[in-house]
Design a protein. Structure first.
Length: 192
């Protein structure tokens, strides 16, 4: 009997911790960004952090860095073809903040979001390293930064504190008009 009472006492301590696993989230993701103006595909990595603001609303902040991409170019000269592969040296830095609405509870949750923030396009021939990313963030005020509106949605699923998330949306940046761009993000997260 003492063992059962001790087990129930210990279990009562873990019940609040299990329900508290949904108050914060932190994760990393792979990012795909299709720039509509130039038909350029960008890919990179990002980080996302969120906290529960209301019962079905989580406030999130995220930042991603898209690396330089290679492109193919073909030429024909008197019947012979030449293909060259070049780096674009174009990097994209995204920063978004806003609410994520989760109208459903459970292991697999659909959600939708509306975020605002910035996008920074830059040409940089330095290798894509942590130092290059940090200098990009430090120099934001002196570079070309455009405002962004990001409506999107997706699915997230979890088993305990570990989960996976897929986001799909339209990252609209405003520079001489509105430019619509497909953005897809996929990656793991932890719930606290």
């Amino acid at each position: 009997m003492k063992r059962v009472a001790f087990f129930l006492f210990i279990a009562s301590w873990f019940v609040p911790l299990a329900s508290a696993q949904d108050r914060m989230q932190a994760g990393v993701y792979a990012d795909y960004f299709r720039i509509s103006q130039t038909d350029t595909n960008q890919a990179g990595l990002g980080v996302r952090v969120g906290f529960k603001a209301f019962p079905y609303t989580m406030m999130e902040g995220e930042m991603s860095y898209d690396f330089a991409q290679a492109f193919n170019e073909g030429f024909t000269d008197t019947g012979t073809g030449t293909i060259s592969v070049q780096r674009t040296n174009m990097r994209v830095l995204h920063g978004l903040v806003g609410p994520k609405f989760e109208p459903h509870r459970g292991g697999i949750r659909p959600f939708f979001t509306v975020k605002a923030g910035f996008v920074n396009f830059r040409l940089n021939d330095r290798p894509a390293t942590v130092g290059t990313f940090l200098s990009s963030v430090e120099n934001l005020r002196s570079n070309n930064v455009s405002g962004v509106l990001y409506p999107g949605g997706g699915l997230e699923g979890h088993l305990g504190p570990v989960g996976l998330r897929l986001d799909v949306g339209d990252e609209i940046y405003f520079s001489d008009g509105a430019h619509h761009n497909l953005r897809v993000a996929f990656g793991p997260f932890l719930r606290f």
